[in-house]
Design a protein around this ligand. Structure first.
Ligand code: PMT
Length: 317
């Protein structure tokens, strides 16, 4: 099937996906952030992370969700920061967040102790419950004080699409210094605002039959129109390993961007393939490395930052 024209995707976005009221304000923030860091000699990466939510009613009680914990995006953000990038972190509200992700399974009240007597006292951290907290807090504060991380939240598919477009336009001013790392799990189906019931769908009306439209592939206008000089990495998620590489190659052929990180749902923590038009790199963690808490995102980020360096050099010739 032919790809829809970019202008028609732009039109569709405006007509069928509710525009978030703060989009212009966020766009300006992202543009200021990108220009500031590019002038300071830094590259800027836009990471998308978490799953999009597709409402079934305008006063939403029910919705469809795409699976993603946000771990890939959150841990990758830390490795990009360690590699000297400034990071715009476009993430699903309450999905995993850089640095705090490490403590999510801990009950905060179990990690604190109250010391002192009546009428006063202090609360201290129990470092047996949080053994790594000092190191992580130090790094978190360095990132915060350096203004190196700009978090932006989305909930719905509409918010995601409009904020990604705004980000792409904001980053277009820094050309090849911008990287897009599209790790979010984005819905392929939606109900247009004009066809959505306002109120809660009633079960008394019998079984629910849904008819949903195809979401336009946002990679098309992103690569060709909104940020044509940037280095763009998309992700390909499959559950059937036998079709993974073919789909990744097909995505590169269709969108003509720079890299696809191909992963299978069950093995995504220990195995991915980074596919570019010329290369194919398998990144694998051994059992030993998994035991030592090595993360595959460190390898993915190292691979892509090198590719980005070559891309910048190539685009300056
Ligand atoms: O968050 P975790 O639990 O750690 O899991 C990480 C992950 C498995 C979610 C991540 O590694 C991953 O694979 N993310 C992409 C999932 C996905 O949406 O794959 P897809 O094959 O449906 O989409 C392929 C690419 O097209 C994606 O980069 C997506 O951003 C993009 N897309 C998708 C839909 C759409 N309408 N427009 C798009 O541009």
């Amino acid at each position: 099937m032919a790809e829809p024209k970019i202008s028609s995707i732009d039109g569709k976005l405006a007509e069928e996906f509710a525009v978030p009221s703060h989009v212009e304000e966020v766009k300006e923030k992202m543009a200021t952030f990108a220009t500031h860091h590019a002038q300071a000699g830094r590259r800027v990466v836009l990471i998308t992370s978490g799953g999009t939510k597709v409402p079934l009613e305008s006063r939403t009680v029910r919705f469809l969700d795409n699976f993603s914990s946000g771990r890939r995006g959150a841990s990758s953000a830390e490795y990009f920061l360690d590699s000297g990038y400034a990071v715009i972190f476009l993430h699903r509200h309450r999905s995993l967040y850089p640095y705090t992700r490490m403590f999510l399974t801990i009950n905060m009240l179990d990690a604190l102790q109250f010391r002192g007597g009546e009428g006063g006292g202090e609360v201290v951290v129990d470092q047996q419950v949080l053994p790594d907290i000092g190191r992580v807090l130090k790094r978190y504060n360095e990132v915060k004080d350096g203004g190196l991380l700009l978090p932006i939240e989305f909930n719905t598919l509409s918010e995601y699409l409009h904020l990604l477009k705004a980000a792409a336009q904001a980053l277009s001013t820094i050309g090849s210094k911008a990287m897009f790392y599209l790790a979010a799990a984005v819905s392929d189906f939606y109900i247009p605002a004009s066809e959505m019931p306002e109120h809660k769908i009633q079960s008394s009306n019998g079984p629910l039959q849904l008819s949903m439209k195809m979401v336009p592939k946002i990679l098309s206008p992103l690569v060709k129109d909104w940020a044509p000089q940037a280095f763009v990495t998309s992700f390909k998620l499959e559950t059937d390993p036998s079709i993974l590489l073919d789909r990744a190659r097909r995505a590169l052929d269709t969108y003509r961007h720079q890299a696809v990180v191909a992963n299978v749902l069950d093995s995504r923590r220990g195995y991915v393939v980074v596919v570019t038009p010329e290369t194919q790199a398998e990144l694998v963690l051994t059992e030993e490395e998994v035991k030592k808490d090595v993360e595959i995102e460190e390898r993915i980020v190292s691979n892509l930052t090198s590719a980005h360096s070559s891309f910048i050099t190539g685009s300056q010739k």
